[in-house]
Design a protein around this ligand. Structure first.
Ligand SMILES: [Zn+2]
Ligand SMILES: [Zn+2]
Length: 301
């Protein structure tokens, strides 16, 4: 899994920073998460192929998370896209995009499908043979979801030497990969762990932005490998965080700790702070496995 941060600052685009957008590459699929202004330029700078993006997940309808969407939808047409595009986001997103297209006398020459969300419970919104995506209901000033991306467990790996030693017919290989024991013709039962290796463990990633401190998300993201949690403010601006339904670095770290995350990545920094290292210092007092997102930075896990 590879996460590329296209933008991770709050509010407005600035000379050297961009509002929220990121690319998650998971099992050869490329998902775009949020699409703030400037996302197209950031995609170009980070050499992400536009044609590979078939699914876009929008957390909420604040401008710093989706004002780049109409531009990207239009560019896809200019690039002669023909593949379907799926957009997952809050109810109303279809109306916004279609209104913009209609009043600018524009259209798409590819299939544009909206999957509007309005549930306050976690739900599966995407699934194929290798990946599952669920919503993480968040607490913010407007209806907001985070997203949980889960790799599905891979089949066990065949130990070729072992199966050949036991002279097991190839027609049983799939059954063995699925974890079954094998009974030989002489009646001996060979346990599966003698015939296979453990697969690469399935990983998961949770994107949680924007949100106030919200323990309701903990059961959904329990034991998560990587948690991206917003930290708009430091604890010194706790009151502002409460008022605007955002989190502090300390609160993000507390969620990581309580959900038994392996890794925390912070982002959505208010542009009032000159030095984002302060976010890491504050979070590390609670949860040491913390990294800072920054525009153009990639994480592999
Ligand atoms: Zn925001
Ligand atoms: Zn917001």
């Amino acid at each position: 899994m590879k996460l590329t941060i296209l933008g991770c600052y709050a509010a407005t685009p600035r000379t050297f920073t961009n509002p929220t957008s990121q690319i998650l590459e998971i099992k050869n699929r490329i998902f775009l998460i949020d699409c703030a202004e400037g996302t197209q330029v950031q995609l170009r700078k980070n050499k992400i192929r536009f044609s590979k993006i078939n699914h876009i997940f929008i957390s909420h309808l604040h401008g710093d998370h989706f004002f780049g969407l109409i531009g990207l939808v239009s560019t896809f047409t200019l690039l002669n896209r023909t593949t379907d595009l799926h957009i997952y986001g809050p109810k109303g997103i279809q109306e916004i995009i279609k209104l913009q297209l209609r009043l600018s006398n524009s259209w798409t020459n590819y299939g544009l499908f909206f999957h509007e969300l309005e549930s306050n419970e976690s739900e599966v919104i995407f699934e194929d043979e290798k990946v599952l995506v669920k919503t993480i209901p968040l607490k913010h000033r407007v209806y907001t979801n985070g997203f949980l991306f889960q790799e599905k467990a891979a089949p066990r790996k065949l130990n070729l030497d072992a199966v050949q030693n036991y002279e097991i017919d190839t027609c049983y290989y799939q059954k063995i990969k699925n974890g079954k024991d094998i009974t030989l013709e002489d009646g001996r039962v060979i346990e599966n762990d003698k015939l296979t290796f453990d697969p690469i463990p399935a990983k998961n990633y949770a994107f949680c932005s924007d949100t106030a401190y919200n323990e309701a998300m903990i059961p959904i993201i329990e034991n998560i490998d990587v948690l991206y949690h917003e930290s708009t403010f430091l604890q010194s601006e706790e009151n502002l965080a409460k008022k605007t339904l955002h989190s502090t670095a300390k609160e993000a770290a507390t969620i990581a700790l309580k959900s038994n995350a392996k890794q925390l990545i912070l982002g959505h920094y208010s542009t009032r702070y000159e030095n984002i290292d302060l976010f890491k210092e504050e979070a590390a007092t609670i949860f040491p496995e913390v990294l800072l997102a920054d525009d153009g930075k990639s994480f592999e896990f």
